[in-house]
Design a protein around this ligand. Sequence first.
Ligand code: FES
Length: 157
Amino acid sequence: MQPASTEIASRTAAVINEFKALDGPLLPILHGIQEEFGYVPGESLPVIASALNISNAEVHGVVTFYHDYRRHPAGRHVLKVCRAEACQSMGGDALAAKLQQLLGIGFHETARDGSVTLEPVYCLGLCACAPSAMLDGEVIGRLDADKIEEIAAEVRK
Ligand code: FES
C-alpha cells in the first residue's frame, strides 16, 4: 500500500536532515530517498526543493537525468542488464531482447504482477565474463540463452 503523503513528507524531511549540510547535497539526498523508499516519490520533490531553496523543476530535472533514480516502486526482484560495449560485443543486445520478450517488459519497466523490474546498467566491472547482469545485487556472468531462461523463470516464482 502506498504510504500517505504526510508520511512520505516526514520521511523525506528526515533524509534531507541527514545530508543537508553536505556540499552539493542534492544527489546524496536523492540517493538517501531512494534507499528509504526504494524509489524517489513525486511527493518528495517539492519537500527537497523547498529545503534546498531550489525550484521543483531543478529537482525534477536531476531525477529524470540520472536513470539510477527510480520514479516508481520497484518489483520484488531488480534485474540489471549490462548494456555497455564489452557486453554488447558478446551478444548482449540479442540476449537483452530475448530477456525482454521472456519477461514481457522493456527496460525501466516493472512486470504487472510486480515480480521484477528490468533496468539497464553500464558496466558491472565483469567485462571478462561478458555478457553480464545483476539480479538483486548479485552479479551473473557469461549469460547465454539457457541462463536467461533460468533467470526469467526464477524472478517469476
Ligand atoms: S561492459 Fe558489461 S560488465 Fe563491463
